[in-house]
Design a protein around this ligand. Structure first.
Ligand SMILES: Cc1ncc(C[n+]2csc(CCOP(=O)(O)OP(=O)(O)O)c2C)c(N)n1
Length: 789
């Protein structure tokens, strides 16, 4: 017979610690007074509004106390990621028990008064949210929107060989697409250079109102599923606390020893190849230790335990009685002394200092953040002897710059590029002169750029790319997500959650700022002519613009030098979400590097070389934002200037979209005077925009001249066609833009009417030509900006 992992004394203490955490959890959901139950429970001790989630909480408390033990036993550097973050009371309670909570929030002190505050503040106006929100120490993952715990955990441990992320996964959460794919992250984890993720699948059997799939398939099926994903699952199953403590302790010792062995083999013995990492399946009742039956219905071990089981003690006296029995079942007088402090012998079970999961610096990544070493982006500049010089593709140029960011930070291993199989397609290929794609599976001689270590992370799951990158940033590193513009929408919701996280943490003084989340969106709407309609969607920036202005930045650099300047700025920035939309195809270049720096620093400006309104008011402002709109605008301007030479035209280019918003709405916003100077107070503005036109209206609706702003952009017309035809289909082409100007300039008279007729004819000619030849008119393909005096 093997000797037990836990001595009777330790088991008893751990059970007491668990009871303390459960007591604090129930207290947080229900109580606003009488925190130590020194007197009989009265209705006045109970909050008016009962909010929170009990069901997941006791299981997470159980996990936490057991993780505390192994952290101490093995001196682990461990963080806790709570997939079902609605178990907020568990994490708040445990960080309180270990002391970190009171260190950060001294008012929630380790005494009766502090306990009362801890209870009252939970899910209470002016208090703390019910999830594992940014306010909760030790959290990098709120777990409000379910599905991302595994990808965040993997992101956290990449390049951090000593870190272990204990990742509690709800069995409901496991039904989501992101989580289901997240299991595959083990194919990207290098045991020598990365840390470890310990998934703990919390199989409590139920979601809000339904059983979970993983709990109802046979154990054999579940085990095969997890093995199929490459894990070795260890099952800890039951409801009898003493047996469960012993089983959990034994399983945890085993998995930690396996993790250590895997790491030792890879790091010391030079064992190569993908290991089979261990994980735990904890099958315990939902709402464990809570009321078993309420109003004649089974609650413990069912979906009914999900939220607040005794929801109306004011109306039902028997509920008050049950609640009192429930709270007293944890025997608080045996856990806390008379002043309300956790007994010293129990407090000693928690790890110390920064080994406490609530105080682990990885969960407050800004503490660990180091600046990137940056190459001088000017050295990658393209030569632009005159506007319209040929380019090689803006992202191609950026690739060289990113390659050297990778090189310069190779030693510190704190920068990665993420993408769903598109880094080459987005033409950042030069990064592979310095690195590979990290990949732990076999590599064939016919493969390109795959290796067990590498700075590029590619998996065909935008969710994983986003989740990995977020985890990487939240733990104090830097990165970039490159993606097709249309498919970044897949992570709309993940972006939402990250932006919310940044907004809240920006106002928590103890949380340090982290590196910005940088999106590079290429293969954009106007140059997805070969993939067609499914690949044409520029809506992400409109979605991003909804978020708090202190957090979001949107850049549309018109050429390579502008892209270099913008990306240098983004990689140095902190605590933003930067969205950069850039082209990958060869396209004309407009600005020298010095001009680009000036233009991007200002974010918006008149392109004097393209304008002829110097010294007088313009007749029309031709504005553009985005590379293709800029090209079409300049082509339209050259038509207008050639045929209507008396017309005074001002060309305004926008790189930083948020310049358009009023200053009071966005820190980048132009003041009204500056805006009126650029766009005039009363002249027509023909605005060619990269994305959906309404966004420009939304951003400028308060501006003086808004009624004269006429926007062309993507209007959901597209197919497989020529690049220029994409603009024609959406009325964004040079001919339409020129006609738009004429329509608003009665002073062009008959000359304008005749020009308009020619332009209409051109559009017919265009259609006939592409239908016959499958490519654009030579005059379109070969068009070059030429200086018009
Ligand atoms: C993406 C997403 N969809 C739906 C919800 C609503 N919701 C909150 S909790 C929950 C059930 C979660 O079940 P599980 O992951 O098993 O957690 P636990 O049982 O531990 O509470 C659902 C569907 C959500 N929070 N996120």
């Amino acid at each position: 017979m093997t000797s037990p992992t836990l001595s009777p004394d330790l088991l008893e203490k751990m059970d007491a610690y668990w009871r303390a955490a459960n007591y604090l959890s129930v207290g947080q959901i229900y109580l606003c007074d009488n925190p130590l139950m020194k007197r009989p429970l009265a209705l006045s001790d109970i909050k008016h509004l009962l909010l929170g989630h009990w069901g997941t909480t006791p299981g997470q408390n159980f996990i936490y106390v057991h993780l505390n033990r192994i952290i101490k036993k093995y001196d682990l550097d461990m963080i806790y990621v709570s997939g079902p973050g609605h178990g907020g009371p568990a994490l708040v309670g445990n960080t309180y028990l270990e002391g970190t909570y009171s260190e950060i929030y001294p008012d929630v002190s380790q005494d009766e008064r502090g306990l009362k505050r801890l209870f009252t503040q939970f899910s209470f106006p002016g208090g703390v949210p019910s999830h594992v929100s940014p306010e909760c120490p030790g959290s990098i993952h709120e777990g409000g929107e379910l599905g991302y715990s595994l990808s965040h955990s993997f992101g956290a441990v990449f390049d951090d060989p000593d870190l272990v992320a204990a990742c509690v996964i709800g069995d409901g959460e496991a039904e989501t697409g992101p989580l289901a794919t997240g299991w595959h992250s083990n194919k990207f984890l290098n045991p020598a250079t990365d840390g470890a993720v310990l998934p703990i699948l919390h199989l409590n059997g139920y979601k809000i109102a339904n059983p979970t799939l993983l709990a109802r398939i046979t154990r054999e099926e579940l085990e095969q599923l997890l093995r199929g994903y490459g894990w070795t699952p260890y099952f800890v199953e039951g409801d009898e606390p003493a047996l469960m403590h012993e089983a959990m302790a034994t399983a945890l010792d085993r998995v930690i020893e396996e993790i250590r062995q895997i790491q030792h083999d890879a790091r010391v013995n030079g064992v190569a190849g993908r290991p089979r990492w261990p994980m735990i399946v904890l099958a315990s009742p939902k709402g464990w230790t809570g009321p078993k039956v309420i109003d004649g219905k089974q609650v413990e071990g069912t979906f009914r335990a999900h939220q607040v089981p005794l929801s109306d003690p004011a109306a039902k006296p028997e509920h008050l009685k049950l609640l009192e029995e429930w709270l007293r079942s944890y025997r608080p007088q045996e856990l806390f002394d008379d002043t309300g402090r956790l007994l010293a012998e129990l407090a000693a079970l928690a790890p110390e200092g920064t080994r406490r999961m609530g105080a682990n610096p990885h969960a407050n990544g800004g503490i660990l953040l180091r600046d990137l070493r940056m190459p001088d982006f000017r050295e990658y500049a393209v030569d632009v002897p005159a506007p319209g010089a040929p380019g090689i593709g803006d992202t191609v140029v950026l690739g060289g710059f990113l390659r050297d960011v990778i090189k310069l930070n190779e030693k510190t291993r704190n920068f990665r590029v993420f993408g769903p199989d598109e880094t080459i397609s987005n033409r950042l290929t030069r990064v592979f002169e310095a690195t590979n794609r990290q990949w732990e599976l076999p590599v064939k001689s016919t493969d390109d750029f795959l290796a067990p270590t590498g700075r590029v992370m590619e998996v065909l799951s935008e969710h994983q790319c986003e989740g990995w990158l977020e985890g990487y940033l939240l733990t104090g590193r830097h990165g970039l997500f490159n993606c097709y513009e249309a498919f970044i929408h897949i992570v709309d919701s993940m972006f939402n959650q990250h932006a919310k996280w940044l907004k809240v943490t920006a106002h928590l003084p103890w949380r340090r700022k982290i590196s910005s989340l940088n999106y590079l969106l290429s293969s954009h709407v106007w140059r997805q002519d070969h993939n067609g309609f499914t690949h044409q969607d520029p809506g992400f920036i409109g979605h991003v613009a909804n978020k708090k202005s202190e957090i979001v930045r949107i850049y549309l650099p018109p050429d390579s030098n502008c892209l270099l300047s913008v990306m240098d700025h983004c990689l140095r920035s902190r605590h933003y979400v930067n969205v950069v939309v850039a082209a990958k195809h060869p396209a004309p270049q407009w600005l020298t590097i010095d001009e680009a720096i000036r233009h991007c620093t200002e974010g918006i400006g008149i392109w004097q070389w393209a304008s002829n309104d110097q010294g007088a008011a313009p007749d029309v402002v031709m504005a553009c934002c985005g590379d293709v709109p800029t090209l079409e605008t300049l082509a339209a301007v050259s038509i207008l200037r050639e045929h209507l030479p008396d017309l005074r035209i001002r060309v305004v280019n926008v790189v930083d979209l948020m310049k358009l918003e009023p200053q009071r709405e966005h820190p980048h916003g132009l003041g009204d005077v500056d805006f009126d100077e650029l766009f005039t107070k009363d002249k027509p503005v023909i605005f060619a925009f990269h994305a959906y036109p309404w966004l420009i209206h939304r951003l400028t609706y308060r501006r003086t001249n808004h009624r004269n702003i006429h926007v062309r952009g993507y209007k959901e017309e597209g197919t497989i066609t020529t690049p220029f035809d994409m603009t024609v289909l959406n009325d964004l082409d040079r001919f339409h833009l020129a006609m738009d100007a004429i329509d608003r300039l009665p002073q062009t008279g008959d000359a304008g009417v005749y020009l308009k007729q020619q332009l209409k004819d051109k559009l017919v000619e265009h259609r006939q030509y592409i239908d016959a030849n499958g490519q654009d008119l030579p005059e379109v393909r070969n068009w070059k900006w030429s200086k018009t005096e």
